[in-house]
Design a protein around this ligand. Sequence first.
Ligand code: NIG
Ligand code: FE
Length: 412
Amino acid sequence: MQKVFTNIRTLYIVADKSTHKKQGESMQNPIEITNAYLRISKEKVVEYGSMSALQMSEFDEVIDVSGRIIFPAFCDSHTHIVYARTRESEFVDRIKGLSYQEIAAKGGGILNSAIDLQNTSEKVLYEEALHRLQQMISQGTGAVEIKSGYGLTLESELKMLRVIAHLKASVDIPIKGTFLGAHAIPLAYKHNREGYIRLIIEEMLPNIAKENLADYIDVFCDEGFFTVEETDKILNAGAKYGLKPKIHANELANSGGVQVGVKHKAISVDHLEHTTDIELECLSNSDTVATLLPTTAFFLKIKYPDACSMIRKGLCVALASDFNPGSSPSGNMSFVMSLACIQMGMLPQEALTACTINGAYAMELSALGYGKLCEDSPANFVVTNPCQSLAAVPYHFASNMIEQVWIQGKKV
Ligand code: NIG
Ligand code: FE
C-alpha cells in the first residue's frame, strides 16, 4: 500500500539525490514544488511532483493536506541530551548577574552535571534521555547527534556512551554518538590537566573503541576549557581509532578552535559566536560545516554568530539545538529557525536548508537521503499547520506550527 499526500501547498524536496549539502547562496534555494503531491511506500519516498501530473492508482491511500507545507524532518546535529538533572539554580544565578564562565569557574556548570551524572544509574539516564528524544521527534526532529561529556571519568563516560547506544536501538531515527570526554577538566584533576588528558587518550579512547561506542570525537576548545594544543593532541589520539572530529569552537572567545578543527578535517566546527574573517577564510577552504546554535546565544545572552557573513562567504551553514541542561534546555528546532531568522538575519529558506540537508551532512547522513525528500529518501518529514508560506514556521515563534510528524513512513 502506498500513501499519497495531495494538495500540498509547498513541498520542500530541498535537494536532489546527488546533492549532499548546500553552501552559500544556494542555501536560499531549496528545491520546492507548489501545489504538489508526495508518494511514499513503506519507509521510503517513491515519487513527487505537481498535482497536475498525479496519476492515482487503486492501491493509493490518499492523505489530503490542503493548505499545508511539507518539508524534511529536522536533522539536529549537535545535542547533549543524556544528562541527570536540570540546572535551574544556575539559571537563576545568571538572572541575578553571574556569567556562564563565572558559574563554571566556581565549580558549577558542566562539573555540576558531571557529579549528578556519576550518581545516576544507566537505566534512569536512558529513560530520561529517551523521553527528551521522543519529545524532539514529536517536534519534528528526524535525525540527531548526541554527545557524552558529563561523565568525565572512564566509568561514567562509558556509561553515557552506552546510554546513547541503547537510544540508537530504541527509536526509528538515526543517531550519531560523539565522545566528548574533553568537555571540562574534572575537579579531581584541577591541578593536573595533563593527567586528565592522559586519561582521555590512554584509558577512555581505547575502551570506547573496543566497544565501538562512538562515531565522532569532540573537544570544547574554548577559553577556560581546552587549549588548541590540547585539542590537537586529543584529536590526533581520536584519529588513531578512526574518530572524526566535530568540535566546540569560539563560543566564549576566539579560541583557535576553527583552525585546529579544519586542520583535522573536522566534519563540523560548532558555535562560532566569536569568529572573524580569518576563521571564515579558513572554513571556506575546507569541507567543514559551520554549525550554529542560536538557542545557546539566546539562553546565555551572548552575541549571535554572524550567519550572514558565513553564507556570503560561501560556507555550508547548519543549525542545531545544542539541547543541554546548561546553555540550551530545549530541542525545539522550529524555535532554532525562529532565532536564526529573527536574530541572525537568515531567510526562512536558508534556515530550513541549515536545519535539514546541512544538518544531515554534519552527521554524514545526507548521502543516505536524510534532510531531503528525493526518491529513496527515508520518509521522514513534517506537515505544518495550514499556512501561507514557509516563513510561517519561524514567524510564529514559540508556537507549534508542526501538525504531523512522519518517521520512516509512519505517523508519530
Ligand atoms: O554546547 N559549550 C559546551 N558545552 C555545552 C554546554 C554544556 C553545559 O553547560 O552543560 C554547549 O553550550
Ligand atoms: Fe554543545
